[in-house]
Design a protein around this ligand. Structure first.
Ligand code: NI
Length: 253
């Protein structure tokens, strides 16, 4: 069986506090060959870099998540940007807009997102985008700067998926395609060519069926990939291998 590359996870999360090492060692000795650990603020971005130093198969993304847009001060922001110089930091992420929770004021989120997209563009590095119920404002910025990257946990329509591909970006698909009430993610998985799809977990969150409600980890991508294979009428190995190659291509691994 082809080995899984998880393009989006959070193993610095406290939910892995007691058994992080055991979990990661288990994954890498079995079905998983790579993980990108995403930062959300200075603390988790630093922790992502530390994990990348410790594990050969972990890479780090650093950035300010929309939830943290209001709380990250200039000093912390500068420190996050400094982390981009570290070896194995492969992207600015996760960054974007979240108008579902609105944990930071929308103007602040937009300001912080645009600031980071500009930097990624200048430095020519990919971004990992979080867009929850904020398609209009998110794509306004993506259209303006045309960065390279992935829209993680893609939740838009088929039309928006088409536009994402046209912009040259990838579509991140995770546990949501397996959910019983999944309509849009299934349509998107069907339409988007495998060459533009990345597989992801968002571990410890977004466990696929049959693990909903349990802590998510990267080997559960198996169930997401099986579902995508079924939707597209292609083999499991083709899904996993193509997504892995896409991830390596985008993040220059
Ligand atoms: Ni995430």
């Amino acid at each position: 069986m082809e080995k899984i590359f998880d393009s989006h996870a959070h193993y610095d999360d406290e939910k892995f506090e007691t058994d992080r090492r055991e979990v990661l060692d288990g994954l890498f000795s079995d079905k998983v060959c790579g993980i990108i650990n995403c930062g959300c603020d200075f603390k988790s971005s630093s922790a992502s870099v530390e994990l990348a130093k410790k594990y050969e198969n972990i890479y780090a993304a650093v950035g300010v998540h929309p939830h943290e847009a209001e709380d990250v001060n200039d000093e912390e922001f500068a420190a996050i940007l400094k982390l981009l110089d570290e070896r194995k930091v492969v992207a600015l992420g996760e960054i974007g807009l979240d108008f579902h929770y609105d944990f930071s004021p929308r103007e602040k989120q937009i300001e912080m997102f645009e600031r980071q997209v500009k930097i990624a563009k200048e430095l020519d590095i990919p971004i990992i985008v979080h867009d929850r119920e904020a398609h209009e404002e998110t794509y306004k910025i993506l259209r303006k700067y045309k960065p390279k990257g992935v829209v993680h946990c893609f939740s838009g329509s088929v039309e928006l998926a088409k536009e994402t591909i046209k912009l040259g970006m990838y579509i991140g698909l995770g546990g949501a395609v397996t959910f019983k009430n999944a309509v849009k993610p299934v349509e998107v998985a069907k339409l988007v060519p495998m060459e533009r799809i990345l597989l992801e977990t968002d571990a410890p969150y977004m466990s696929p069926v049959p693990f909903r409600g349990k802590r998510c980890q990267s080997d559960m991508i198996e169930y997401t990939a099986l579902k995508i294979a079924e939707i597209k009428g292609i083999s499991y190995d083709t899904v996993v291998k193509t997504a892995r190659n896409n991830t390596k291509e985008l993040f220059n691994l």
